[in-house]
Ligand binder design. Structure first.
Ligand SMILES: [Zn+2]
Ligand SMILES: [Zn+2]
Length: 366
């Protein structure tokens, strides 16, 4: 900054003011953090909320990719960061990110319930340093994040859910009779989940809430109303995405934060593609767990791998068991990464754009 000319500083200021002044949409950047999560929301007046900060084993890379999106949006600070839960693919880039941009509020579900040395170390030493000069909030279901044009409700946190349905919800959910329970670890069900309304546009990000939490939120009556756009989907993993959630939300489109070999299993693909009225699934990556049989058309997929295989196998691959020995590593993607951006209008219409190929689709207001 010291070496910058006054002219360059003025240009930067104009640039950021320009982005803020001309925006009329709620912009959502789904940033590629290699099978983790980082989703940046920017309101028309330039307020910002980031849900998660990418991977610990790739913190510099992932914080850099989040910074690229923040710069594109003209942000000079991030107003609120929600860390959905204490898994390294969700909080891993936070310390690195905080070096690059001021963060004003840190929101989480409270203490880690799945002991892990690196995580507990982060929570004891690094995290308190990050929020020492900011605000720290433990989210409770029903809480609001104060934003000018956007209604942001916390619908689940630390395993607890809303006490009463959100406006427009409360209907009986026919899928509850077919529910197949499932959980996978202690922290995923603790996720801070958000329901976001901008005019007539509605979207939801559930962190990594598992099937049992989906049931708790949506059965026997749905606590959440229908949405236009479904975000995250727990990386598209089959431990979530039961029809009690994916069908009851009635999304028109979804953006899945999957990895090259994480998420997109046949269960998820069948569940989302049979959701009534569903149009398009957008994905962060091609996933080997889909194979050609279940994958989304490539134009809806933002990222490949550093060394693209000659062809995607037709059959889906079974996910290696956690901690399995002798499994070759997943295909690597450390090179140029692309986001998927959604821009929502107050009337409920929205446009989704794949930064890799420029492919874009507008969904008219319902
Ligand atoms: Zn990637
Ligand atoms: Zn995760």
């Amino acid at each position: 900054m010291r070496t910058m000319s006054a002219f360059a500083v003025a240009l930067c200021l104009l640039g950021s003011l320009g982005a803020a002044a001309s925006r009329t949409t709620l912009d959502i950047y789904v940033v590629d953090v290699e099978g983790g999560n980082a989703t940046l929301f920017v309101t028309p007046s330039g307020e910002s909320v980031l849900i998660d900060s990418g991977n610990a084993n790739g913190a510099v890379r992932d914080a850099g990719r989040i910074m690229d999106a923040a710069r594109d949006a003209g942000l000079t600070q991030i107003d609120h960061v929600i860390t959905t839960h204490w898994h390294a693919d969700h909080f891993g880039g936070l310390a690195e990110l905080a070096k690059g941009i001021p963060i004003k509020e840190f929101i989480d579900h409270g203490p880690n319930v799945q002991p892990a040395a690196a995580t507990d170390q982060f929570l004891q030493t690094t995290y308190p340093r990050l929020y020492a000069s900011a605000k720290h909030t433990v989210a409770k279901p029903g809480d609001r994040i104060a934003l000018k044009e956007v209604d942001w409700r916390i619908v689940s946190s630390a395993g607890e859910i809303l006490k009463s349905p959100l406006p427009g919800a409360g209907g009986k959910n026919a899928e509850c009779a077919n529910f197949k329970p499932g959980d996978n670890n202690a922290e995923d069900p603790m996720s801070v989940a958000s329901f976001i309304t901008f005019g007539r546009f509605r979207t939801v990000h559930l962190g990594d809430l598992t099937r049992n939490m989906e049931f708790k939120l949506m059965c026997p009556a749905a606590m959440l109303p229908t949405v236009d756009l479904f975000l995250g989907m727990h990386h598209g993993q089959e431990s979530s995405n039961s029809p009690v959630m994916d069908h009851a939300l009635r999304p028109r489109a979804a953006i899945m934060n999957d990895g090259t070999r994480k998420g997109g299993e046949p269960f998820t693909m069948l569940s989302i593609h049979t959701s009534p009225g569903f149009e398009d699934l957008w994905q962060m990556h091609f996933s080997l767990l889909s194979g050609q049989e279940y994958t989304t058309p490539g134009m809806f997929i933002a990222n490949g791998t550093d060394e693209a295989p000659a062809a995607m196998p037709i059959a889906p691959m079974a996910a290696p068991a956690p901690g399995a020995q002798g499994v070759p590593p997943a295909p690597v993607h450390n090179g140029k990464a692309y986001w998927i951006k959604a821009s929502a209008e107050r009337d409920g219409s929205f446009t989704v754009t794949n930064q890799r190929n420029g492919f874009s689709k507008t969904y008219a207001a319902r």
